[in-house]
Write a protein that binds this ligand. Structure first.
Ligand code: FUL
Length: 448
C-alpha cells in the first residue's frame, strides 16, 4: 500500500515536472532539423552599393537582366540547404513583388518591363527543388508615407496578406527589429501581424528578436552561445528590445520554447557589393559557422546575396560547394556501431539516461576520432545542462571534453584521440535525458 502510494507520488512528481517544462510546437519541431537555411538579400541596395537604402531610390535602378532564381536555389540545394528566405521588402520599402499597396515596387522597374515578380520566381524555384520558402518583410519602412502613423499597420498587414496568400506554403516569416536612430516613432501592431500569420500560414514559424517561434541569436557573426538553451522568458522582450547576451545563451529556467537562429552573411555585407567579391567566406570558414550554430543547438541562416545581374556569383557558389563537401566527408562514417537507436537518424528513438548514469560505448577496434555529435529528442524538451566525454586509454578513463547544453545537436571538436571505448556522462540535467543520436567521427582534413 505504502509503496503503491510512493510510486504513485513519484509518477505524479515526474508527470508534473515533465508537463511544466517547455516543449517545441509541431512547427518548431519541423523547423529545427532543417539545420542549414539561406537568406537572400536583394533589393535596390544591390544597385546603389548600400546596406540600408533611404527610401528615395527610384524603381528604375532595379534591373537584374539575367535574374535566375533557379540558379540560386539549385546552388543552395546542392549545398544541402533546406529553406530560402527572400527580403520581399527591406528597410528602403522597395517591394520585390508587384504589391497592390504601393507603386514602389518591381512593377515600376525596367526588369521584365515591370511584369516581373522576384518573390514568385523564388517561391517557384523552391518548390521545384524541394526547399522550404520564407519571407522577410521589414517593419521599418523608409519610403511609405504612412510609416509613423497607425494606418501603416494596415499597410503592413495588407502586404503580409499578399505574401501569405499568393505564393503557396510559407515556412518562415522574418520580422526584423532593426530601426535607424533617426527613424520616426512607430508603434507596430506585432500582435496583429502575428495573428495574421497564424491565420493564413499556420505551419510557418515566426522570427523576431524574441520569437514568438524563433529568436535571434544576438549577433550577426555566426556565433550561438556555447551554452544555448532553446528556452527563454519572453516577458518584457520585443523586436528591437532584447538583451543580446540573453538571446545568445537562452535561459535554463525559461518558460517559453523559442530556439535560436544564427543569421550571418557569406560576405561582409548583407547585400551584394562587387568590392566584396574577394571577401567571400571560404567553405572551411562556413564549416566553422556550422559548428558554432547547428553544433550549438541553433540553426544556420546563411545569407547569400544575388549580384546586380540577378545571379549568385562564382566565389559564393564555390564556397557553398566546398562547405557541403567538407561536411559530408566529416560526417560520412559514424564509428558508433551496435547502437541502432542512437545511429538511426531518428530523434524519436532514444535511450533514456539520468544524470551521472554513464553510457559506455565499445567501438569494436581502436579508432582514431576528433569529433562527437550528441542529440536529444527535443520533442520532449531540452534537458542536458552539462556532460563529459571520456576515452579508455588502456589503464583508466581520460576526459576528452566537458560540455554544457545539448538540445537538438551538440558538436564537439577536439584533438585526435585513439581508443576503442568512449564513455558519455550527463553530469547535470533538469530531468531524464532522452539521448536520441550519438556520432563519433574523424574530421575531413579540409576542416580548419
Ligand atoms: C538587420 C538589418 O538591418 C540588416 O540589413 C539585415 O537585413 C539583417 C539580417 O538584419 O537587422
Amino acid at each position: 500500500m505504502r509503496s503503491f502510494f510512493l510510486s504513485g507520488l513519484a509518477a505524479l512528481v515526474t508527470a508534473t515536472l515533465t508537463y511544466s517544462q517547455p516543449k517545441p510546437s509541431p512547427r518548431q519541431l519541423a523547423w529545427q532539423p532543417l539545420e542549414t537555411t539561406a537568406f537572400l538579400h536583394f533589393t535596390v541596395n544591390t544597385y546603389t552599393d548600400k546596406e540600408w537604402g533611404d527610401g528615395t531610390e527610384s524603381p528604375s535602378i532595379f534591373n537584374p537582366t539575367k535574374l535566375d532564381a533557379r540558379q540560386w536555389i539549385k546552388s543552395l540545394k546542392d549545398a544541402g540547404f533546406k529553406m530560402a528566405i527572400i527580403t520581399a521588402k527591406h528597410h528602403d520599402g522597395f517591394c520585390l513583388w508587384p504589391s497592390k499597396m504601393t507603386e514602389h515596387s518591381v512593377k515600376n522597374s525596367p526588369w521584365k518591363n515591370g511584369k516581373g515578380d522576384v518573390v514568385k520566381e523564388v517561391a517557384d524555384a523552391c518548390r521545384e527543388f524541394g526547399l522550404k520558402f520564407g519571407v522577410y518583410l521589414s517593419p521599418w519602412d523608409r519610403h511609405e508615407p504612412r510609416y509613423g502613423t497607425a494606418s501603416y499597420n494596415d499597410y503592413y498587414k495588407s502586404q503580409l496578406r499578399e505574401l501569405l496568400t499568393n505564393y503557396g506554403p510559407i515556412s518562415e516569416v522574418w520580422f526584423d527589429g532593426a530601426k535607424g536612430e533617426n527613424a520616426k516613432d512607430m508603434t507596430y501592431d506585432f500582435e496583429g501581424y502575428w495573428a495574421l500569420v497564424r491565420e493564413l500560414q499556420p505551419g510557418a514559424v515566426m522570427f523576431s528578436d524574441a520569437g514568438p517561434d524563433v529568436r535571434w541569436v544576438g549577433n550577426e557573426a555566426g556565433n550561438a552561445g556555447e551554452t544555448c538553451w532553446s528556452t527563454i522568458n519572453t516577458e518584457g522582450l520585443a523586436p528591437g528590445k532584447a538583451d543580446s547576451k540573453y538571446l545568445n545563451r537562452g535561459d535554463a529556467t525559461g518558460k517559453q520554447w523559442v530556439p535560436a537562429e544564427t543569421d550571418v552573411s557569406i560576405r561582409p555585407g548583407w547585400f551584394y557589393h562587387a568590392a566584396e567579391d574577394a571577401k567571400v567566406r571560404s567553405g572551411k570558414n562556413l564549416v566553422n559557422l556550422y559548428y558554432q550554430s547547428v553544433g550549438r543547438n541553433s540553426l544556420l541562416l546563411l545569407n547569400v546575396p544575388p549580384n546586380r545581374e540577378g545571379l549568385f556569383s562564382e566565389p559564393d557558389i564555390a564556397s557553398l560547394k566546398e562547405f557541403r563537401s567538407i561536411l559530408d566527408e566529416t560526417f560520412k562514417n559514424n564509428l558508433v556501431t551496435r547502437q541502432p537507436k542512437l545511429t538511426d537518424k531518428q530523434l524519436a528513438t532514444f535511450t533514456t539516461l539520468s544524470a551521472n548514469q554513464p553510457l559506455t560505448l565499445d567501438l569494436g577496434t581502436e579508432q582514431s576520432f576528433d569529433r562527437i555529435s550528441i542529440q536529444e529528442n527535443i520533442a520532449n524538451g531540452q534537458h542536458v545542462a552539462s556532460g563529459r566525454v571520456e576515452y579508455w586509454d588502456g589503464a583508466g578513463w581520460k576526459t576528452i571534453q566537458t560540455f554544457t547544453t545539448v538540445g537538438y545537436k551538440r558538436l564537439l571538436r577536439f584533438p585526435d584521440v585513439k581508443s576503442s571505448r568512449i564513455r558519455l556522462t550527463m553530469t547535470n540535467a533538469n530531468g531524464p535525458v532522452q539521448l536520441a543520436e550519438l556520432g563519433v567521427y574523424k574530421a575531413s582534413g579540409r576542416e580548419e
